[in-house]
Design a protein around this ligand. Structure first.
Ligand SMILES: C[S@@+](CC[C@H](N)C(=O)[O-])C[C@H]1O[C@@H](n2cnc3c(N)ncnc32)[C@H](O)[C@@H]1O
Length: 257
């Protein structure tokens, strides 16, 4: 994918990164597409335990911000929604298109930056992101953009690493979080891990709340995900023991005023 100088620096860097990583996410994407019941986060906690999605999605216009291989959009489509996926990586979208063909599902997939989505105001009832724009895009850009895209009463759902996990994560790649706080909570925003792991964004709970409210949302829920006994993950940055004591992932739900 050619570099686009009009994009913000973090978007360009994350594009190159995800184009390079896409092949490693194809198999996991295929497994997720094949799953009947949605599961959430790195521990794949079932929807029946977490109740992330609205009970009735029929006819809802939905946008997945940073859709990657677009399995969340596939789950939404199977529940009667009309999803659109947007992603910054052409390579991730190539996997998504292949999986659409294999599963006989067709919905729009856009190559672009979730901080600036080419849809009119109030186009959607639901905006959702699972480790997508909510981790890799600037929250001070993508949250107001999600607010613009949603209709009044529309729902924003996003799942990310918890603030606590981010504070306890060692710098070294693949070393699991410990009980030690590694970095300041105040001022948490743009985060670059040592090595070439792109640009992530993390906020404190207070900063998320203020940003969401200022952007036109009322927060309805903050689900702290506790994986059940026996859960497994392919990621090495957190152990099950840690994630059963402290929330490693959190899911925000906010309603457009
Ligand atoms: C961990 S994947 C999450 C997506 C999906 N849940 C999955 O696992 O396939 C992160 C995705 O966010 C996308 N992304 C990063 N920055 C983005 C941005 N500014 N706008 C849209 N997508 C972005 C990446 O290209 C990548 O596909």
């Amino acid at each position: 994918m050619t570099d686009d100088p009009r994009l913000p620096e973090h978007v360009r860097r994350n594009r190159a990164l995800w184009d390079a990583w896409a092949a490693d996410y194809a198999a996991a994407g295929a497994r997720a597409w094949a799953r009947e019941e949605p599961t959430w986060g790195v521990w794949r906690v079932p929807e029946s335990r977490l109740a992330v999605l609205p009970p009735d999605l029929a006819g809802q216009d939905a946008i997945e911000l940073g859709c990657g291989t677009a399995y969340v959009s596939a789950w939404l489509a199977r529940r009667g929604a009309r999803p659109v996926g947007i992603d910054n990586s052409a390579a991730q979208l190539a996997t998504a298109r292949k999986l659409q063909g294999e599963h006989g599902l067709d919905f729009p997939l856009l190559h672009g930056n979730a901080e600036e989505v080419p849809y009119p105001d109030a186009s959607f009832d639901l905006a959702i992101s699972e480790y997508g724009a909510c981790l890799w895009a600037d929250p001070y850009r993508w949250v107001p953009e999600a607010a613009r895209l949603l209709r009044q009463g529309g729902l924003l759902i996003f799942l990310c690493n918890s603030a606590l996990l981010t504070l306890c994560q060692p710098d070294e790649d693949g070393v699991p979080a410990t009980e030690q706080l590694r970095r300041p909570a105040f001022g948490m925003y743009r985060l670059e891990w040592p090595g070439d792991f792109g640009v992530e964004f993390h906020l404190s709970h207070g900063d998320w709340l203020r940003l969401l409210r200022r952007s036109g949302f009322e927060v309805e829920d903050l689900i702290e995900v506790r994986p059940p006994d026996g859960s497994t993950t392919r990621y090495r940055y957190v152990t099950l023991e840690w994630a059963q004591k402290w929330p490693a992932e959190e899911i925000w739900k906010a309603r457009r005023r």
